[in-house]
Design a protein around this ligand. Structure first.
Ligand code: SAH
Length: 416
């Protein structure tokens, strides 16, 4: 095995269990290694630090698989890591008390593996009932595809596996997009070869509401699982309120609001297909009062202005925009966009109203986000207070050693 030798002092972050080794921390590679090969990592003085996946094309030159220099990276390693990730989920709120995943799975959607924070850099795996969606974003993870998929299938018992390795970040690792059924698929019942492009009709039950999941064409792995618990909170807050859900995608927050007894729910998104799925989701739930829901295909920025000019008011406003700042370099421009929609949000809030506002931009930290919201409230002339700080659901953990894993942040503000 080749050895990746760090520059003096650069072992510190590895000793603190940060899994990324940047190109600038590397002194040299002793021996030969191809992209994705496992290498030994050692400090400048020769002290062994662990084993990592080598990625010569990326600025993140290696991602640590194990901080134990003796631990072999093989099929059994991935079985152990996946089993541990699953065991962690079984102890979480909403899953606690359920024995492992078999019982927890049911018809739910949840994240089984959350990359670096679960000790599996570059690996994301989401479970939608019986269907597992795997997303590999680093060359090491890509190399171990078979072992990773095998470990996931063994641990979850899922009968269908779709790979959604189409995230842009793969390019930084010199990887092409890879998508397709790895197990089962739409035609599995007939025993035929699955068509790579067909999405089987798949739905999950989330907090008592049924939602379509399009694992082939949907965003991320098909659904925004990270907002699950926050959608539940909206259900708890919605009773009797006029709700405005901006960037509604397939209507997750909207349907929870209806289930929670909202007086009305206006949902806005610029994507026609997303809204079509949202309407289909509503139809999947005949118990919900469909007449209280309105879907509007529009740009949120201009629609909020139009609503304000029309004198509209709402009791609960949800702002869950796409990532405006993919990295810190975009933070300044993104801040203006966040400020804009939140300013309009505050202006549209009825007295005593609630604003639930999110940013999923890794480049915008919690403190900065709070400042943007504060500025928006000031400019809107509204006094408000934070009543809840919000984050991704606990099946999207953030390893303490890996603060980069924190991306979704939200504030629930109550205005006067
Ligand atoms: N809240 C959703 C996820 C939102 S994803 C959930 O819980 O499932 C962000 C959504 O914003 C996408 O559906 C995208 O189509 C939409 N979008 C992006 N830019 C927009 C804009 N300027 N106006 C309206 N919708 C927009």
């Amino acid at each position: 095995m080749a050895r990746l030798i760090l520059l003096p002092g650069k072992e510190r972050s590895v000793l603190r269990r940060h899994p990324w080794i940047f190109a600038g921390a590397v002194d040299r590679l002793d021996g030969r290694a191809r992209p994705g090969d496992t290498v030994e990592v050692s400090a400048a003085d020769g002290r062994p630090l662990g084993r990592a996946a080598f990625s010569p094309q990326s600025q993140i030159r290696a991602r640590v698989w194990s901080f134990d220099p003796e631990e072999t990276v093989d099929d059994a390693f991935f079985k152990r890591r996946v089993a541990a990730a699953l065991a962690r989920r079984a102890a979480l709120p909403g899953f606690a008390g359920e024995q492992g995943l078999g019982a927890a799975r049911g018809e739910r959607g949840f994240r089984v593996v959350h990359g670096e924070s679960d000790g599996l850099p570059g690996v994301v795996a989401d479970c939608y009932g019986d269907t597992l969606v795997v997303q590999l974003t680093a060359v090491g993870a890509d190399r171990w595809r078979r072992a990773i998929v095998g470990a996931l299938v063994l641990a979850t018992g899922c009968r269908h596996v779709y790979e959604r390795s189409d995230a842009d970040v793969r390019r930084l690792e010199g990887l092409q997009p890879e998508t397709g059924w790895r197990l089962g698929g739409p035609a599995v019942a007939e025993g035929a070869e699955p068509a790579a492009t067909d999405a089987p009709p798949l739905s999950i039950s989330e907090n008592g509401v049924r939602m379509h999941v399009d694992v082939v064409g949907g965003h991320k792995t098909g659904f925004y699982l990270d907002q699950r618990d926050n959608r539940l909170l909206v259900g708890q807050l919605a009773a009797g309120r006029a709700v405005l859900n901006c960037f509604c995608y397939t209507g997750g927050f909207s349907l929870q609001a209806l289930a929670g007894g909202a007086a009305s729910v206006l949902s806005i998104d610029s994507s026609g297909p997303a809204l079509a799925t949202a309407a289909a989701n509503l139809a999947l739930n005949p118990q919900l009062p469909a007449e209280r829901a309105e879907w509007r295909e529009a740009d949120v920025f201009s629609e909020l202005r139009a609503l304000k000019n029309a004198g509209a008011r709402f009791d609960l406003i949800i702002l869950d925009p796409p990532k405006f700042a993919p990295s810190a370099a975009h933070a300044e421009r993104a801040a203006r966009a966040y400020k804009d929609i939140n300013l309009l949000g505050f202006r549209l809030l009825a007295p005593g109203g609630l604003l639930m506002s999110y940013s999923c931009s890794g480049g915008i930290g919690v403190e900065f986000f709070q400042k943007i919201i504060t500025d928006a409230a000031v400019d809107a002339g509204r006094e408000a207070r934070i009543v809840r700080r919000l984050a991704a659901s606990p099946d999207h953990p953030v390893a303490l050693a890996f603060p980069e894993g924190e991306y979704l942040k939200g504030l629930l503000c109550q205005a006067d």
